[in-house]
Design a protein around this ligand. Structure first.
Ligand code: PEP
Length: 251
C-alpha cells in the first residue's frame, strides 16, 4: 500500500531564507519520526535550492508552488518547470486556486501538467469549486478542470499525477469538508479520469486540501477515500504541524 502523502504548502512564507531554513529543520525532524507518511514540502521557489541541499537522506521531497509551461523566453517574473526541477523540486503544484484567481485558465493548467511530466516531475493538479450548489453543478465544474488538466496526459503517465481536490470554500479555515463528501468526490474524480483515459485512470492518486489540521487530518485520511492531504497555513506553524504529523503515526 502507498504511504499517505502529506504536502506542506508554505505559500508566501516565511519572510526570510534564515527563517525558512529553521522551519525546514524542525519539519524534517518531525517527518523523520512520522515514518508512515511521505512528506513533500512546497516552499517559495526562491528557497528551493538552499533547502534541497539540506534534505535528510531523501526522506523529504520538494514541490514548486507554481511554474510556467514554457521552457524559456519572454516571461518576466516567472520560472519554468525545468528551472524548478533543477533547483530541487520533484513535484509541481498546478492550478492552485490562489494562482487560478490571478487569471490562470484550465488550458494553462493542462499545459503545465504536460510540462511538469516532460521535466520528470510529478504534477499535483489542484481542482475544486468556489461554492457548492444543490443542483450538483460543482461536479460539472470539477469535471471540466480535470478534462483540461489531463488533456495532454498519455495513459502511461496517469500514475505519476496526483489530483488535489481543494474546495475553495474550505481553504484557510479550521474545518474541512466532511470525509463522507470527500469520499463521494474522490469516486467522481476517478470515474471522470477513467471515462476520458480508460481503466488506468484508477491509478491516479487523489488527495484532499482545505483546512486540514492536527484534529481532522487522521479522520480525513481514514474515511475520505484519499491517499494524502495538502496542508496550507498549519504547515508553517511548527507546533501544529508537528502535532499533525504525530497523529498520523498509526495510519
Ligand atoms: C491550500 O492553500 O492549499 C490549503 C490547503 O490551505 P489551508 O490548509 O490553509 O486551507
Amino acid at each position: 500500500m502507498l504511504k499517505p502523502l502529506v504536502v506542506a504548502n508554505w505559500k508566501m512564507n516565511p519572510a526570510t531564507s534564515r527563517e525558512a531554513k529553521k522551519l525546514f529543520e524542525v519539519t524534517k525532524k518531525a517527518a523523520a519520526k512520522a515514518r508512515t507518511i511521505t512528506l513533500v514540502v512546497a516552499p517559495p521557489a526562491l528557497y528551493l535550492r538552499e533547502l534541497a541541499k539540506g534534505r535528510a537522506g531523501g526522506r523529504v521531497s520538494f514541490c514548486v508552488q507554481s511554474a510556467e509551461a514554457s521552457a524559456g523566453g519572454a516571461h518576466t517574473g516567472e520560472i519554468s518547470m525545468r528551472q524548478a526541477k533543477d533547483a530541487g523540486a520533484s513535484y509541481a503544484l498546478v492550478g492552485h486556486s490562489e494562482v487560478r484567481a490571478r487569471g490562470m485558465s484550465n488550458t494553462d493548467a493542462g499545459r503545465q501538467v504536460a510540462a511538469a511530466l516532460a521535466a520528470n516531475m510529478r504534477p499535483i493538479l489542484c481542482v475544486g469549486e468556489a461554492k457548492r450548489s444543490p443542483s450538483g453543478a460543482h461536479f460539472a465544474f470539477v469535471a471540466e478542470q480535470l478534462k483540461a488538466g489531463f488533456e495532454q496526459v498519455p495513459a502511461s503517465k496517469l500514475s505519476d499525477i496526483i489530483v488535489a481536490y481543494e474546495p475553495v470554500w474550505a481553504i484557510g479555515g479550521e474545518e474541512t469538508m466532511s470525509p463522507r463528501e470527500m469520499h463521494e468526490m474522490a469516486i467522481f474524480i476517478r470515474k471522470t479520469i477513467v471515462e476520458t483515459h480508460g481503466p488506468k485512470g484508477i491509478s491516479t492518486r487523489v488527495i484532499y486540501g482545505g483546512s486540514v489540521n492536527e484534529d481532522n487530518a487522521d479522520e480525513m485520511l481514514r474515511d475520505g477515500d484519499v491517499s494524502g492531504i495538502l496542508v496550507g497555513h498549519v504547515s508553517v506553524d511548527v507546533a501544529r504541524f508537528t502535532a499533525l504529523l504525530s497523529t498520523l503515526s498509526n495510519i
